[in-house]
Design a protein around this ligand. Structure first.
Ligand code: ZN
Length: 149
């Protein structure tokens, strides 16, 4: 897989120095997602407070793409209103499904733009999306819980 060198550095930096990789003991929702085709696994704990992504913490094993992607996600989404987090989520998923046809908006996606090149490698897209799908799953559970009460 050939990715732009600068982007490769961003991915390796997150892989070597993962952000928020220590499961919080307090959370609204906890999910475990796996990507069997590559052997990637993550646990993700999410707290949503007053409609804002208050905390995302995680632990996991797997390839550099999967682990870097979830680290990037936590940096990007913690502190964002859930509606904005979903908008960023949608843009990232569109980018991953673009087969390299769209460049992505760096002002929105920040470090996640480094994963743009992955969209040209169908076998790796699930690696990049693993943490994002876990976040979406956890957010639905956390919001259902807060509506119940
Ligand atoms: Zn992987």
């Amino acid at each position: 897989m050939e990715l732009d060198n600068l982007y490769q550095e961003v991915i390796l930096d997150h892989y070597k120095n993962p952000q928020n990789k220590k499961l919080a003991t307090n959370y609204d929702a906890q999910v475990h997602h796996v990507n069997p085709s590559c052997g990637d696994e993550i646990d993700l704990n999410l707290t949503i407070t007053d409609g804002v992504v208050a905390n995302i913490s995680w632990d996991g094993v797997g390839c550099s793409i999967s682990q870097a992607s979830v680290s990037i996600l936590t940096d990007l989404l913690i502190g964002k209103p859930i509606s904005e987090a979903y908008s960023i989520f949608d843009q990232f998923v569109s980018l991953m499904q673009s087969k390299g046809s769209i460049p992505g908006d760096e002002s929105v996606l920040e470090d996640a733009i480094a994963l743009a090149g992955v969209s040209k490698y169908p076998a790796r897209i699930k690696c990049a999306l693993l943490g994002w799908m876990a976040f979406k799953d956890a957010s639905v559970q956390a919001q259902a819980k807060s509506e119940l009460g």
